[in-house]
Write a protein that binds this ligand. Structure first.
Ligand SMILES: N[C@@H](CCC(=O)N[C@@H](CS)C(=O)NCC(=O)O)C(=O)O
Length: 213
């Protein structure tokens, strides 16, 4: 029997983050697919998002909360730095990803470019074009950080890297991402390193469930 259950609909970015967190910690997990916005979904995640985590009687949502909980509850390599500065950098990056990166890279680019068309929706080319400068701002910030350290919060993998890796992987599936990301040498070096980790391979490609970003 697995130690925890990750609840979601498909292999969306934050679901992959939760999977990578479990993989990095060596925590066994099941993936439970639920019907979107069903009572079971809203019980696990009242805001109708994914993922949620079940551990015994605990149901927990918010990917950062899931990450901190798994990191502190289970044995395995620490995914949060010790120093106050690096801890602050880790949360700075998680917050930046949640508030700006996910919106600009996934909602404004990956979903209209890849997910919408897979459901028969035409992409709004003007809206995609308008999103590119904001994406550049985000990538420039990541590039500056990664020019000074191997990972986002120092020289070891932290939760922040596990948030960003699935997002960059999805962006790299768009023509815009393929044109932009390689221009950032430090992001490229970081992505080569993080995508070579077994945790990344385990979370990508997606499980059999319908893909969603
Ligand atoms: N604050 C939530 C956000 C979760 C979230 O936005 N998940 C996306 C998938 S990566 C989702 O559920 N998308 C479906 C939707 O917005 O309808 C967390 O950190 O877990």
């Amino acid at each position: 029997m697995s130690e925890v259950t990750i609840i979601g609909i498909g292999a969306a970015s934050y679901v992959r983050t939760a999977m990578m967190i479990c993989e990095e910690k060596g925590v066994s997990y099941d993936f439970e697919t639920i019907e979107f916005h069903s009572p079971a979904h809203l019980e696990a995640q009242p805001f109708g998002k994914m993922p949620a985590l079940r551990h015994g009687n605990l149901l927990l949502h918010e990917t950062v909360a899931i990450g901190v909980y798994i990191d502190r509850t289970f044995e395995g390599p620490a995914l949060q730095p010790d120093s106050a500065l690096q801890q602050a950098l880790m949360f700075k990056w998680i917050s930046s990803i949640a508030d700006y990166g996910y919106q600009n890279l996934i909602r404004d680019l990956v979903i209209p470019r890849l997910v919408g068309p897979s459901r028969g929706q035409e992409p709004d080319e003007d809206a995609i074009k308008a999103s590119l400068p904001k994406i550049e701002v985000f990538l420039k910030q990541a590039e500056d950080t990664l020019a000074g350290s191997d990972y986002l919060a120092g020289n070891s993998v932290s939760l922040a890297d596990l948030f960003l890796a699935p997002i960059i992987a999805s962006v790299m599936r768009t023509p815009e991402g393929q044109a932009m990301v390689p221009q950032y040498k430090s992001i490229t070096r970081w992505f080569e390193a993080i995508s070579a980790r077994p945790s990344f391979a385990a979370a990508h490609p997606p499980p059999a469930q319908a893909a969603a970003e």
